[in-house]
Design a protein around this ligand. Structure first.
Ligand code: RIB
Ligand code: CA
Length: 306
């Protein structure tokens, strides 16, 4: 059983990832921490609570940082995930509320209480993870692994020609995490651009899972329309679900151990680059994936949901 906390900016593919975690028998989801990115942190928190209620999961949500480590706060663009983060689905107030503890302190405490067992899966900007690393010198040792949806080594960017969105939104935080010496796995665009779901795929999920699959199908319409405007892909990338699947099924990914640094200024800001050998601890960079196996795991598991 994998003890998992997902740090998230829900977000349509975040919703897919969280529902996947709810359906995966080998994952014990201990909580969610929220961050800005696709939406503001406040909306991310509301959406995280709503997803857990839809999944009937009673686990804590800890609200995270409202702005990047050093960059000024920014207004999320609604073009990819919609104003409220779930495409055209209107905002709805969840029944629950986040815990008092802020995200970075929650992560520190949980890593300490589950020493050597807790896997973190950040699928948004890395601000909360960087704050936890900076606040607790033991955090890097306490946490078992950090499996990041983010970055791109050879694939180029998606929010700029050079940068993937999660890294771009807080490059300083990402550089702290990649240079921390923690056991880090980078699930970047090099692999997530190869794992695509189409309108027909979401329709077949919804046919078997009318409630939660139906919710994802509704959200995916907005997401697929955006991908159509990009005109590069037949479907939408399963960015965040791929990172969660890499937590439980690492054998489906081919990795290379490389030190990674992050450009933090100029037009390449947010780009993840190979650092000089020996300049910092290496991380496992995913450069290959059995995309069919990841996609069928995703669809098979979601079909089990109500
Ligand atoms: O670049 C894709 C990533 O940015 C995904 O995590 C998506 O949800 C957005 O956060
Ligand atoms: Ca995300």
């Amino acid at each position: 059983m994998i003890k998992l906390i997902i740090d998230t900016d829900p977000g349509i593919d975040d919703a897919m990832a969280i529902f996947y975690a709810a359906a995966a028998p080998e994952i014990s989801l201990l909580g969610l921490t929220t961050i800005f990115g696709n939406v503001t942190t406040a909306i991310a928190t509301r959406n995280a609570l709503r997803l857990l209620e839809a999944a009937d999961l009673d686990v804590p949500v800890a609200q995270g940082a409202k702005a990047p480590l050093r960059l000024p706060p920014f207004k999320p663009s609604a073009q990819v995930h919609g104003e409220e983060g779930f495409g055209n689905i209107p905002a709805m107030q969840p029944k629950g509320a986040p815990i008092e503890e802020e995200a970075a302190d929650f992560l520190i405490r949980m890593a300490r209480e589950h020493k050597g067992e807790l896997v973190l899966c950040p699928i948004g900007p890395l601000t909360n993870i960087a704050l936890a690393i900076q606040r607790d010198p033991e955090f890097v040792k306490n946490v078992r692994r950090i499996v990041i949806m983010g970055g791109s080594l050879e694939e180029g960017g998606n929010i700029t020609p050079h940068a993937e969105a999660n890294i771009y939104h807080d490059p300083h935080a990402a550089d702290v995490v990649f240079g921390s010496g923690a056991e880090v796995v980078m699930v970047g665009l090099d692999v997530t651009h190869r794992i695509l779901c189409t309108k027909a795929d979401f329709a077949s999920i919804a046919a078997l899972s009318p409630e939660m699959g139906g919710m994802l199908q509704t959200m995916s319409e907005f997401y697929l329309n955006f991908y159509e405007t990009v005109g590069k892909f037949d479907g939408c990338s399963l960015h965040d679900p791929a990172a969660v699947i890499a937590c439980s099924h690492p054998e489906l990914f081919n990795t290379k151990n490389l030190p990674i640094r992050v450009s933090c200024s100029g037009e390449t800001s947010g780009q993840t680059l190979e650092a000089g050998i020996g300049s910092r601890a290496a991380v496992s960079v995913c450069l290959g994936v059995d995309s069919q196996a990841v996609k069928s795991l995703f669809m098979k598991r979601l079909a089990l949901l109500p």
